[in-house]
Design a protein around this ligand. Structure first.
Ligand SMILES: Nc1ncnc2c1ncn2[C@@H]1O[C@H](COP(=O)(O)OP(=O)(O)O)[C@@H](O)[C@H]1O
Ligand SMILES: [Mg+2]
Length: 245
């Protein structure tokens, strides 16, 4: 692929599962949408799918679709959904299916045609295996999108974040910055106060935002207006549009 075919968008990864990737991805999509940008969302591969009207669907994809208020079909937003809540390579093996990268590429190409900007949510963290010879890092390379790393704000996050950033860099992935998200309730102390600066020093990346814990973000059906306002307030999303030129 040459630079002319480089799509515009962002790939959301995280230092762990349940870290807030879906919340941050959805929030960014709504904030960009509120700014008048035609935003699409994508969850290329999901595991732990749930049965819905005879199909296996990804709750992340439903959340993203609902938040971004897009008309795209769920199987375009999420072309591959596995049943077991395991790393995709392991779930696929147990389920006797092979992960069809062509399906992911076709869905991504279609979404790029339909939208100006695509917010893609990864699965698990950057080193999670998608299939035998592919990790999430390879998927991000395939999409040619810069990353956002979602991390915890509290003790332990420096180690996980530095490891994630260094791993991504070893794949020559561009990283826009880090978002610290509190997906669990907890007191804020000296650690949360001092972590952002230390993370910037060690990674040479900007902290694009610190998202506090909020009850309204718990659960499966976010209010798009709340998400857009809340994430818009706490994440410097305007930098993303600039970062993509
Ligand atoms: N800032 C926050 N405040 C409150 N709950 C949050 C926040 N961020 C995430 N959550 C909740 O934490 C859980 C994990 O978040 P999610 O975005 O699904 O993580 P991931 O996509 O990385 O697995 C979800 O139940 C979500 O509603
Ligand atoms: Mg998710």
């Amino acid at each position: 692929m040459n630079s002319h075919s480089t799509p515009t968008g962002i790939f959301i990864t995280g230092t762990d599962t349940e870290i807030g990737k879906t919340v941050v991805a959805s929030g960014l999509a709504t904030a960009l949408k509120a700014a008048g940008i035609n935003v699409g969302v994508m969850k290329p591969i999901a595991s732990g799918g749930v049965e819905h009207k005879g199909h296996l669907v990804s709750e992340d994809a439903i959340f993203l679709k609902h938040a971004a208020q897009v008309d795209d079909a769920l199987n375009l937003i999420n072309p591959i959904c596995l049943r077991h809540p395991l790393a995709p390579s392991v779930a696929a093996e147990i389920e006797g299916v092979s992960v069809n990268l062509r399906q992911i590429d076709d869905a991504f190409a279609e979404l790029c045609q339909r939208h100006e900007f695509i917010v893609v949510e990864g699965v698990g963290g950057i080193a999670v295996p998608i299939c035998e010879d592919m990790l999430v890092a390879n998927l991000a390379q395939r999409f040619q999108l810069p990353l956002i790393v979602v991390a915890r704000p509290n003790l332990g996050t420096i180690n996980h974040t530095v490891l994630t950033v260094e791993f991504a860099r070893s794949y020559n992935l561009e990283i826009c910055g880090i978002v610290l998200n509190a997906s669990q309730e907890g007191a804020k102390g000296l650690v949360e106060e001092t972590n952002p600066k230390e993370l910037e020093r060690l990674t040479h990346l900007p902290i694009l935002g610190t998202v506090p814990f909020d009850e309204q973000l718990q659960g499966n059906t976010p209010d798009p207006d709340f998400l857009s306002q809340f994430i818009g307030e706490h994440i410097d999303w305007k930098r993303l549009v600039g970062a993509n030129g």
